[in-house]
Write a protein that binds this ligand. Structure first.
Ligand SMILES: CCC/C=C/C(=O)SCCNC(=O)CCNC(=O)[C@H](O)C(C)(C)COP(=O)([O-])OP(=O)([O-])OC[C@H]1O[C@@H](n2cnc3c(N)ncnc32)[C@H](O)[C@@H]1OP(=O)([O-])[O-]
Ligand SMILES: NC(=O)C1=CN([C@@H]2O[C@H](COP(=O)(O)OP(=O)(O)OC[C@H]3O[C@@H](n4cnc5c(N)ncnc54)[C@H](OP(=O)(O)O)[C@@H]3O)[C@@H](O)[C@H]2O)C=CC1
Length: 282
């Protein structure tokens, strides 16, 4: 789909790059020639992934153990990265989320999600942006958000609120930092199966509809589909995209917004449709 050296000159930090979608992004970016840093809290997960990526692509892949909720630790991580050469792009991917009745959430439970998603993405964005601005060089920030950033989502309210905050940060920075040659872009994924998301959000019995019926294209997303979008958005081919949020969800958000009331109709037989037509006034 792309020329193999699409990202050859780019050094990219993927937060949460040791597992799930972040690992898939890192793998695709490495294949396309990027140099990578992946960060997260679990050293063993990061090292295993980094070794896998090096072996598969021959790319330079460094790891950084960092809890992005800790602003000091984030700044130290960026100083260590910069001491070996500046980044060209940051992907704010790390997140935490779980389903809960909002009225039962303790302050620590609310903070656990807000601190990772909103504060962590903010700390990383400022740590990158202030260095790019000081050096008079450009860069790109890509944040993984969610359609919940626009519509909200019941039972994952801290995540929806945090993603909305990240989206507002990204749109604001597109304007404020655009004159410095820094561009921002967000990606709102639909259903992309990962171990963590499925255990935190979709335990047995949590869904009335099958995953496929939630999506007009009748399937969940494949990691390579969103990884290719991320690669394109960080490539020079996307150099005039700034501040936008691209949804990649097989149409799921449109169905939920504009079609959830008609879901029962998908299971009507042709005979039932004929009976309706015969009895209606049209
Ligand atoms: C919108 C859709 C789009 C987004 C999709 C995704 O993001 S998918 C990506 C999904 N990926 C991930 O989520 C991966 C990363 N996830 C994680 O690291 C953890 O799940 C974390 C987010 C809880 C943070 O961990 P941590 O070590 O910082 O936290 P901790 O364990 O020390 O707990 C802190 C507080 O939270 C409380 N609490 C915890 N669980 C529940 C619950 N189910 N119910 C209620 N409360 C819960 C816990 O009791 C404590 O409060 P307390 O009792 O002291 O008042
Ligand atoms: N999968 C899906 O269908 C959807 C995903 N998304 C978004 O996509 C992104 C990836 O999700 P997914 O891959 O499913 O989730 P995962 O839980 O698999 O990945 C999250 C990653 O973030 C890291 N992380 C979590 N907390 C911290 C922290 N405090 N500091 C540093 N790293 C941290 C985790 O590593 P560690 O625990 O070692 O720190 C892990 O590698 C998230 O932003 C999520 O909100 C949005 C909509 C749908």
């Amino acid at each position: 789909m792309f020329v193999t050296d699409l990202l050859k000159t780019k050094k990219i930090l993927v937060t949460g790059g040791g597992s799930g979608l972040g690992k898939s992004f890192a793998a695709r970016l490495a294949e396309l020639g990027a140099e990578l840093v992946i960060c997260g809290r679990r050293a063993d997960v990061l090292e295993t992934t980094a070794e896998e990526l090096r072996r598969a692509s021959g790319a330079k892949v460094a790891t950084a153990i960092c809890d992005i909720r800790d602003a000091g630790a984030v700044d130290e991580m960026f100083s260590r990265i910069w001491s070996e050469g500046p980044l060209d792009a940051l992907i704010n991917n790390a997140a935490g989320n779980f389903i809960a009745r909002t009225e039962t959430l303790s302050p620590r439970a609310i903070d656990a999600v807000l601190d990772i998603v909103l504060h962590g993405s903010f700390y990383c964005s400022v740590a990158a942006g202030k260095r790019w601005i000081a050096e008079g060089r450009g860069g790109s920030i890509l944040s993984i958000v969610s359609s919940a950033a626009n519509s909200g989502r019941a039972f994952t309210v801290p995540s929806a609120a945090a993603k909305a905050g990240v989206l507002a940060m990204m749109k604001s920075l597109a304007v404020e930092w655009g004159p410095h040659g820094i561009r921002t872009v967000s990606v709102a994924p639909g259903l992309f199966p990962t171990k963590a998301a499925w255990s935190q959000l979709y335990p047995d019995g949590s869904k009335l509809l099958s995953e496929e019926m939630e999506v007009p294209l009748r399937r969940t997303g494949q990691h390579e589909e969103i990884a290719n979008l991320v690669a394109y958005l960080l490539s020079d081919g996307a150099s005039y995209i700034n501040g936008d949020c691209i949804t990649i969800d097989g149409g799921r958000d449109l169905q939920n917004g504009g079609g959830s009331g008609v879901m029962g109709l998908f299971s009507w037989t042709p005979e039932r449709w004929d009976a309706f037509r015969a009895n209606s006034r049209g």
